[in-house]
Design a protein around this ligand. Structure first.
Ligand code: ACO
Length: 361
């Protein structure tokens, strides 16, 4: 039995398809390349939500509604921010999201879209001893997130963050989406379902990898020898963060989408030298993994260039998983609604392999 449910089809979806052999990601009939950098995050939210909410407005109206939801979420969580700030940034965000109403309406969904984008900068600001910046409901989502983070948002950085949010908005039945669908299948509300997704995303085998990617890049830069450093990690049984995937046997297409964005930002000298280091490390890692694990095709995954992009737009590494959640929450909500609509509880079986009681006559 495959205890990781490899290759088990557990849902039918119109939302996204991951072709792990061809290296393609399809989102509602569009290839990732048609969306990343070409559609804004609010437009992609609408694309994902289409058919799952009756009262879905136009793209422009939805963008405004997300802006209003940011303000609403800020007002709702502001009184508790001081209690959340001492927690690690992911737990603080999750706890702040847990107080949102647990309904199934579009308003509930938009508050959940808004919440990571509001809570993450606010908690980072408080952690730095600063006062959280109030959202601007008229700003675009990514730009406002950066403005709340650092007081300003250059159009280039806002576009880069927007491309990131689009790139990670949905990705088949990954661990966090499956967790979300399981909870949604009980007909619990959207907040409960999204909290399940948040729990699953946090782990380093899923959305917790990009922070460690930065630690790896820093350690390799200090060591001066990428290959030797990586070989030592493998010899100690460690996994190289940002490489390998359950479904992709070729390069994750999201890695290329994000690398393109980082390259566009590369004219800023800091990002350019970081990209050069990352490319050297990537080549060394692929070679070390090819030799160490010849039976498995282990390629670059989304998290490697996520780390570079989120660092370049100004997030500290401890907040990277929060920003991943800020993008993926759109996919989680759409999957939750799709699962609810089936009316079918997800309830697989386990095979009991423990001791059996003595049969008493
Ligand atoms: N570094 C070193 N070895 C690896 C890596 C890696 N990054 N990935 C897989 N392997 C090895 C395993 O050690 C195992 O070797 P073995 O057969 O000698 O024991 C073999 O490849 C198969 O590994 P599995 O765990 O069965 O592969 P799985 O499909 O479950 O792995 C996973 C997917 C969990 C993502 C894995 O590649 C990994 O741990 N990567 C590092 C963490 C990471 O980058 N996470 C982000 C994933 S992307 C995302 O979720 C958004």
């Amino acid at each position: 039995m495959a205890n990781g449910l490899d290759d088990v089809v557990a849902a039918e979806t119109v939302l996204s398809d991951v072709d792990g052999v061809g290296g393609h990601l399809t989102i509602r009939g569009h290839s990732l390349m048609e969306l990343a950098g070409r559609r804004r995050y609010a437009q992609v939210v609408r694309l994902l939500f289409d058919g799952f909410f009756d009262d879905l407005p136009s793209d422009a109206e939805l963008e405004k509604a997300i802006g209003k939801a940011r303000v609403e979420v800020f007002d709702r969580v502001q009184p508790m921010l001081a209690q959340l700030a001492p927690l690690d940034i992911y737990s603080g965000m999750r706890a702040g999201m847990a107080v949102l109403p647990d309904g199934d309406s579009l308003a509930d969904a938009l508050r959940l879209i808004a919440a990571p984008a509001v809570l993450t900068p606010a908690l980072l600001q408080l952690g730095r001893g600063e006062t959280p910046v109030v959202p601007d409901e008229k700003a675009d989502h990514a730009g406002d997130m950066l403005r709340m983070l650092s007081g300003t948002a250059s159009p280039a950085l806002a576009k880069a963050l927007d491309s990131y949010l689009v790139t990670v908005c949905d990705h088949g039945l990954n661990a966090s989406t499956f967790a979300t669908r399981v909870v949604a299948s009980t007909q619990a509300g959207l907040t409960s379902a999204i909290l399940a997704g948040l729990g699953a995303l946090k782990g380093p085998l899923h959305g917790g990898a990009p922070g460690p990617v930065i630690e790896m890049l820093d350690a390799i830069e200090a060591s001066g020898d990428a290959t030797a450093w990586l070989r030592k990690e493998i010899a100690h049984g460690e996994r190289i963060m940002g490489f390998g995937h359950r479904v992709y046997r070729v390069r994750d297409p999201r890695a290329d989408a994000l690398k393109t964005v980082v390259r566009q930002l590369g004219s800023r000298s800091e990002t350019g030298s970081r990209l050069a280091l990352a490319e050297t490390v990537e080549q060394a890692a692929l070679e070390v993994l090819r030799i160490a694990k010849p039976q498995r095709s282990i390629q670059t995954n989304v998290e490697f260039y996520t780390a570079l992009l989120l660092e370049a737009v100004g997030f500290p590494k401890e907040a990277f998983s929060n920003v991943f959640a800020a993008g993926r929450v759109a996919g989680w909500i759409a999957h939750a609604r799709e699962q609810q609509a089936t009316g079918r509880l997800i309830r697989p079986q386990s095979r009991y392999v423990g001791p059996v009681p003595d049969l008493v006559a």
